[in-house]
Design a protein around this ligand. Structure first.
Ligand SMILES: Nc1nc2c(ncn2[C@@H]2O[C@H](COP(=O)(O)OP(=O)(O)OP(=O)(O)O)[C@@H](O)[C@H]2O)c(=O)[nH]1
Ligand SMILES: [Mg+2]
Length: 224
């Protein structure tokens, strides 16, 4: 095959409560835009993006399955965990309930995904929060933060998850969330935890030479 476009293809799943911004994070990643009124996801949607990890000299194709947070789709969502190498477990920093519910999403991930999967906890919508003095009234258009960075970071540590706060709206830390998880997966591949292309969520391309041909545009398509 002439001009292989990537070194690895990694399957990612994005999970968490309804309305926490899973689809918005994916659209930000693939299309660099923000939708103010996206439709709730019905079942799953798919998006794909090439990223480069310069210090590893690796081009990685992320294949991301964005799942529905609505309870009625939960059994469909569970069927997509299988074979994923990475997971974004998303909550909304202005919704304590979405953070508490992350425990049950993580339980699903642990029951249905590869035990070596890399999971990153993503506190989305940081743009909404007024991070002023505790008890201060949020400015217009903002909401009070209901989950502190320290609390989420501590829980992530206890559960062995990576952690980042992000905003699909402003774009802050969105690529970084995927890149951090990807670096961790590449490290696992190097250490033999993921067995290269024998692990279902990791596919390996063997470039004929070192000059790679990159895909020019990320694709996003609906599914189901
Ligand atoms: N302010 C702000 N709003 C956001 C952000 N991300 C998503 N939203 C809004 O939150 C709402 C829900 O976003 P979605 O991306 O559809 O949420 P979802 O998690 O995919 O929801 P389901 O598909 O129903 O599970 C929409 O109104 C988005 O515009 C963010 O970072 N900041
Ligand atoms: Mg969605």
């Amino acid at each position: 095959m002439a001009g292989v476009a990537w070194h690895y293809v990694l399957k990612f799943i994005i999970t968490g409560d309804a309305s926490v911004g899973k689809s918005s994070l994916l659209v930000r990643l693939t299309d660099q835009r923000f939708l103010a009124n996206p439709d709730p996801t019905l079942g799953v949607e798919f998006g794909s993006k090439l990223i480069t990890i310069p210090e590893e000299n690796k081009v990685v194709k992320l294949q991301c399955w964005d799942t529905a947070g609505t309870e009625s789709f939960r059994s469909i969502t569970r069927s997509y965990y299988r074979g994923a190498a990475g997971c974004l477990l998303v909550y909304d920093v202005s919704s304590r309930q979405s953070f508490l519910n992350a425990r049950s999403w993580l339980q699903d991930v642990r029951e249905h995904a590869d035990p070596h999967l890399t999971c990153i906890l993503v506190g989305n919508k940081v743009d909404l929060c007024n991070d002023g003095p505790e008890g201060a009234t949020p400015a217009q258009g903002q909401r009070a933060r209901q989950v502190s960075t320290d609390e989420a970071e501590l829980w992530a540590k206890e559960e062995g998850l990576l952690f980042v706060e992000a905003s699909a709206k402003s774009g802050v830390n969105v690529e970084a969330a995927f890149e951090t998880a990807t670096r961790d997966i590449l490290d696992k591949i190097r250490r033999g935890v993921f067995d290269d292309d024998r692990s279902p969520g990791v596919k390996l391309s063997k470039p004929a030479n070192d000059s790679l041909t990159l895909e020019s545009t990320p694709k996003k398509s609906g599914c189901c």
